[in-house]
Design a protein around this ligand. Sequence first.
Ligand code: ADP
Ligand code: TRP
Length: 323
Amino acid sequence: MSRVLSGIQPSGTLHIGNYFAMMKPMISMQTDNELFCFIVNYHAMTTLTDGKVLRQNTVDAAMDFLALGLDPDRAHFWVQSDVPEVAELTWILSCHTSLGLLERSHSYKDKLARGITPNTGLFTYPVLMAADILLYNAQIIPVGKDQKQHVEITRDIAIRFNNTYGDIFTIPEPSIQEDIAVIPGTDGQKMSKSYDNTINIFEDEKSLKKKVMKIVTDSTPVEDPKNPDTCTIFALYRLFADKDRIENLRDRYASGGTGYGEVKKELLGLIWEHFRPFREKREMYEKDRGEVINILKKGADKTRAVALPTLEKVKGAVGLNYC
Ligand code: ADP
Ligand code: TRP
C-alpha cells in the first residue's frame, strides 16, 4: 500500500484533460492505496483574484470529485487552505530552495511567455507544491506530464533538506500516464482552463454539442483517407471508445469516405454516455451543498492529524522549537 497524493487547482471548471490525466487515475487508486486528494485553492490564488469565483470553483471541484466516485471515508479529501500548516512549511522550505531551481521552471517560463505579469506567488508556486507533498510524506504523485518538473523540484528540495537535517522527508516519485500525457483541447492545443479550449466534465448537452462541433480539423475531403495520429477528434475519441471501436475508426480513416462531422457526432454520444451516471450523482450533491462542506471539513481534520507530526519534526530540526 503506497501513499498517493495529488491536487487540482480550482482556477476554473474541471475538464476532460483533468479527468483522464488526474482525477480518474486518482479515484481508481483509492481502493489499494492510501489516497490524499485535495483542492489547491492557495495555488489557484496565483492567477485568480476574484474571491467569489474562487469560493464557487472550490465547492464545484469538490462536487466533481465526489460525483466521479471519490470516497471521502476511504481517502483523505480536503481543501488545501483548511490545513494552513502547509503555508508554514512553505516558508521553511523556501529558505532551503535556491533561486536558480525556481528560475528553471518550465511552467513559470511558459506563463511569462504568455504575457502574464507574475506575482511572487507564481514564482514560488513549486515550493508550495513541495510543501503539499512533503507535509504528508507522500510516495506517489499522479500528475499530467506538465507537472513532472514540479515533482522533480520537490525531490531536489527534499533531498537537500534531508542532507542538512537527517532523514525527515520521504522522497516522492511522479506517476505519469504516458499514453494520455497531453490531451488536446478543441483548438488542438493542450486542453487547459486558461486557454478557452476545454470540454468540461459536466457540460450541459447543448454546450457539449457546440464544443465538439467546433473541434478544429484539417481540410481533408470526406472521401479521402485521414491521418488519425494528427487528428484532434481521434485523440479525444480514443479516450472514450473501447479497443474495437478505436480500431474500427482507424480503418475508416485509412480507407476514406468518413467525414469529420460524422465522427464528431459519434464522439459527442460517447462523451455524453460516459459521464451520464456521474451527472446524476452530481445533481444530488448540488442540492445538498451543506453535506459537501461537511465532508470537506471532516476531511481537513483527518488530514491535519497527519500533517502536524511532520511539521513538528521539521520545526525541531531547523530550530524553531526553541523552548
Ligand atoms: P489546467 O491547465 O486546465 O489549469 P491544471 O494545471 O489545473 O489544469 O492541471 C490539473 C491536472 O490535470 C494536472 O495533473 C495536469 O497535469 C492535468 N492536466 C491538465 N490539463 C491536461 C491536459 N490537457 N492533458 C493532460 N493532463 C492535463
Ligand atoms: N500544481 C498542480 C497543478 O497545477 C496542482 C498541485 C498543487 C499538486 N499541489 C500539488 C499536484 C501536489 C500534485 C501534488 O496541476
